[in-house]
Write a protein that binds this ligand. Structure first.
Ligand SMILES: *[C@@H]1O[C@H](CO)[C@@H](O)[C@H](O)[C@H]1NC(C)=O
Length: 202
């Protein structure tokens, strides 16, 4: 096989595996709670804003990036779990005030790129969650571990001397921007009652 032909085959294989592995089928726009659950399950990371305790921005919003998982692939619960260390400056903020805001966007999947949707476009579905970050223990910590480590395998090897612990983002309000017509809100009750978002065709 010529080098050129081989290279073409590799590219074709990559293209096939990417296109079959990354197809996102979003729920209908009018199923707002379902859309929110879908976005929450698709996303592997989130921007989390805290109220800063650090000079020179004490008292101001401070956003940071965290890996999240709301459940192992295909079984999302809607609850974003986090794996945190007190060495992190945002976690230090949360120890003083656990209130936070978390946002996730389908811009991190192929959905927006394929559709040609800019991340700020309402067509590139994104959600903002309000609530607080709470440490979990026992069975819920076990579930958080399973959820996070299955989707972020390197977490298992993070240095133990950083004393990692599991948290849930405890949702008190959900904002959804998906399609035109402005942002829509969803109560935690409706959000958690929405059918589980499959991740099978992602
Ligand atoms: C957690 O969220 C629920 C709503 O889903 C709310 O009723 C409850 O007060 C929250 N708990 C804390 C500690 O913020």
């Amino acid at each position: 096989m010529s080098a050129l032909l081989r290279a073409s085959c590799v590219l074709l294989l990559l293209w096939v595996s990417r296109s079959s592995g990354c197809r996102v089928r979003i729920p209908p726009h009018d199923q707002v709670a379902q859309v929110a659950r879908f976005v929450a399950h698709q996303c592997d990371w989130a921007s989390v804003a805290t109220v800063s305790t650090h000079r020179p921005v004490v008292g101001r919003p401070f956003s940071n990036v965290f890996s999240v998982s709301d459940g192992p692939e295909g079984s999302g619960t809607g609850v974003p779990y986090l794996y945190l260390t007190r060495m992190d400056i945002s976690v230090q903020d949360l120890q003083v005030d656990p209130r936070a805001s978390l946002s996730m966007s389908l811009a991190q999947t192929d959905y927006c790129r394929r559709g040609g949707f800019d991340p700020q476009s309402p067509l590139c579905a994104h959600i903002t969650l309000s609530g607080s970050v709470l440490e979990v223990t026992g069975m819920e910590a076990e579930f958080a571990q399973k959820s996070l480590f299955s989707r972020h395998p390197e977490m298992e090897d993070w240095p133990p001397e950083h004393h990692w612990f599991f948290c849930r983002f405890n949702i008190t309000q959900v904002w959804v921007l998906d399609y035109f017509g402005g942002v829509r809100t969803v109560s935690p009750e409706d959000y958690f009652q929405a059918p589980e978002a499959p991740r099978t065709t992602v």
